[in-house]
Design a protein around this ligand. Sequence first.
Ligand SMILES: [Zn+2]
Length: 205
Amino acid sequence: MSNRLRPELPRLPKHMARLPIDKRGYPVPWFAARLNGEPDFRLFDPSKLARASKERRCWVCGEPLSAFNYFVISILDAVNRVSMEPPMHEDCAVFSAQACPFLTRAEMHRRTAGLPEDTYEVAGVVLDRNPGVILVWATRAYSVIPVAKGLMFKIGEPVNCRWFTEGRNATRDDLRESIEELTHEQNFSPDQLRWLMRLFESAQS
Ligand SMILES: [Zn+2]
């Protein structure tokens, strides 16, 4: 494939430089499965999930990880300390948080039509709407728990967190708004809310 990267995307980080570019101009993540010959970012290749976990390879670029693990997660995942996707390099995680169309475009919903039966959807995190504020959560430790159709990653103490929304750094107001939207379906306890705000504040200094 010799397609051109979409001009509005951030510069491709070093680790992602060798990924193919799809027809739309997005770099094709290592995990993506193919549907009718074309990579479909909604689907992951189960063999890649196994390798990412066993060989400690970055979910986005497929290269080996270093000591730190970066998870791209929603605030709900942060509260629950889980990720449905394996860890990444820092630059791959930040690029994903800034550029992934599912994460950054409020008007773009995950399409579910046209998916074959028994495919492997990226996530249990699949939300029918934009996830609002997302975190790039850096940690030294995690454990892997097998779940139906995949793996769940129980993530360790954060070494640091970066917060994004719609491809830019998230503000306190973005976080409040995101929490408010989520409270329609998720009751955060006062402790969880305080913890989230503290985590956010600690990243702002
Ligand atoms: Zn990577």
